[in-house]
Design a protein around this ligand. Structure first.
Ligand SMILES: Nc1ncnc2c1ncn2[C@@H]1O[C@H](COP(=O)(O)OP(=O)(O)OP(=O)(O)O)[C@@H](O)[C@H]1O
Ligand SMILES: [Mg+2]
Length: 181
């Protein structure tokens, strides 16, 4: 189950990791009227047929969860949009990449809670993934950007305990500036 939108976002970026992407961008733009999330990757992409199947909650490629052939990421994406009057779109091309956009009304009462993005960002930045992940988070016009490549350059191995502490502090300070913490 998805407890929060941050869980959903984490799942979608994880799909990009699993699609062998080397460049992923995650852009979250929040205003009082709009919550916009765009995730773009240059991974293996999906054929039209796979994409159709992937929207179905009873389809998953069957390789990952041998006992649960049910994917959660994309079905929850569409379900969240449908139940709250928002929109979810996927554009994907095989061997080129995938772009997912989600547009939601933040005031809709059926919207799942947003969750803690600072924690989600740290999880994503320290995930065992060799490519680059660039995150931009913007709230009512204020924003910050951070990329995995820049972080690794400044902090070294992000799974090193000291670097991890600095990473957590850095993300928390950026989120504090946005007023989310
Ligand atoms: N960014 C992407 N690039 C390429 N294929 C994707 C991408 N996102 C999803 N897919 C395809 O869609 C399928 C369904 O994705 P979904 O996240 O719903 O389930 P899953 O990843 O298979 O399982 P789960 O997320 O529950 O661990 C994936 O198995 C994969 O084949
Ligand atoms: Mg998934």
């Amino acid at each position: 189950m998805h407890a929060s939108l941050c869980d959903l976002i984490t799942d979608l970026v994880q799909n990009s990791f699993e699609a062998d992407a080397t460049e992923i961008t995650l852009n979250i733009e929040e205003t009082e009227k709009n919550l916009n999330v765009i995730i773009a990757d240059n991974g293996k992409g999906m054929s039209a047929e796979t994409l159709e199947k992937a929207k179905d909650p009873f389809y998953s490629d069957g390789l990952k969860h041998q006992h649960r052939k049910v994917g959660l990421g994309l079905p929850f994406l569409f379900q969240t949009a449908e139940t709250t009057g928002g929109t979810a779109r996927i554009e994907s091309e095989e061997n080129v990449g995938t772009t997912i956009s989600l547009n939601l009304d933040p005031s809709n009462v059926d919207l799942p809670m947003f969750g803690n993005f600072a924690t989600a960002a740290v999880t994503l930045m320290t995930y065992g993934f060799n490519g680059n992940l660039a995150i931009k988070h913007s709230v009512n016009g204020k924003s910050y950007e951070v990329s995995k490549n820049e972080l690794a350059e400044a902090l070294g191995d992000l799974n090193d305990l000291e670097s991890l502490t600095l990473l957590k502090q850095f993300i928390a300070s950026q989120e504090e500036e946005l007023g989310t913490l």
